[in-house]
Design a protein. Structure first.
Length: 284
């Protein structure tokens, strides 16, 4: 359950689509968001839309109605959460080559994609020893939380994932996986990751529908295989089960998430980040 004082609604959204006229919608979507008191980022490309925005729920609904009114984007995927304060400083609506950057030509989730797995069915899949479970996020995200038993590619950006995957499958010291199951924050990276893995010869490929956020929202903590917190790309920094905001800050020196104890717990640095983090968050 969300805290009663969490007044700001947050919407993480994406939709892959054939959208050649995407540039024409930048100004109207910017205006719709401004009119609703909404901040955050929307990325528009000819392959669709991606972003996270926040504001009063009525304002978010106004923006989402404007997006759904675009014929190509009627099937947009949206996940809602809440925040105690506005997690964004400004509004950005940007035109991009890709709405999630992998940098591999010919990867089209509208043509080939993995099999979606509902959060309620995810535990059984990843508990199977014949399933190779891969966290497709970057190392700083994995560092504060992931699923039990998942492999961490150790990437700094999503562009490095294809190279890591090729090397992983070519490693003769490790048996070829019978099946691959992948996950990411909200599901969008896995759309491309599963398409890529299928393109290199793995037929049985799965991904968590709605990503970690949907799993944390729907799966009770007592039944969960998630360990830690889930990094999010705004000033909330991380969320936990029930999508409640976690006790993390960002290090101003290295940008890494830093666990900080609450005032009730005595305050101060807990873990993560760099030496500057440890110095900055020492309890007084």
């Amino acid at each position: 359950m969300m805290d009663a004082d969490q007044k700001i609604s947050v919407a993480a959204l994406y939709c892959f689509a054939r959208w050649p006229e995407f540039a024409e919608h930048r100004v109207p979507l910017y205006q719709a968001a401004m009119a609703g008191g909404v901040k955050g980022t929307l990325l528009l490309a000819d392959e669709g839309i991606n972003g996270t925005i926040a504001g009063p729920r009525a304002g978010l609904d106004h923006v989402l109605d404007a997006i759904r009114a675009i014929a190509e984007l009627g099937g947009i995927d949206v996940k809602f959460a809440a925040a105690r304060e506005m997690p964004f400083g400004r509004l950005k609506v940007r035109l991009k080559k890709e709405i999630v950057t992998m940098g591999v030509d010919g990867i089209d989730p509208l043509h080939v994609v993995g099999t979606y797995v509902a959060p309620q069915d995810w535990n059984a899949l990843i508990a199977d020893p014949e399933t190779l479970v891969i966290d497709t996020r970057n190392a700083y995200e994995v560092g504060i939380g992931t699923f039990a038993g998942a492999e961490d590619p150790g990437t700094r950006s999503f562009r490095q994932f294809p190279e890591w995957m090729r090397a992983r499958l070519a490693d003769e010291a490790r048996p070829a996986p019978k099946r691959v199951a992948m996950f990411c924050t909200g599901g969008i990276r896995c759309e491309k990751a599963t398409a890529y893995v299928k393109s290199v010869g793995i037929d049985e490929v799965y991904h968590l529908k709605g990503g970690i956020l949907k799993y944390l929202e729907e799966v009770p903590e007592a039944e969960s295989l998630w360990q830690g917190a889930c990094y999010v790309f705004d000033e909330r920094v991380a969320v936990g089960h029930g999508l409640a905001q976690s006790a993390y800050s960002l290090c101003h020196a290295c940008g890494a998430p830093v666990a900080v104890a609450s005032a009730e717990e005595g305050g101060g640095y807990v873990e993560g980040g760099c030496a500057a983090c440890r110095a900055a968050y020492v309890a007084v």
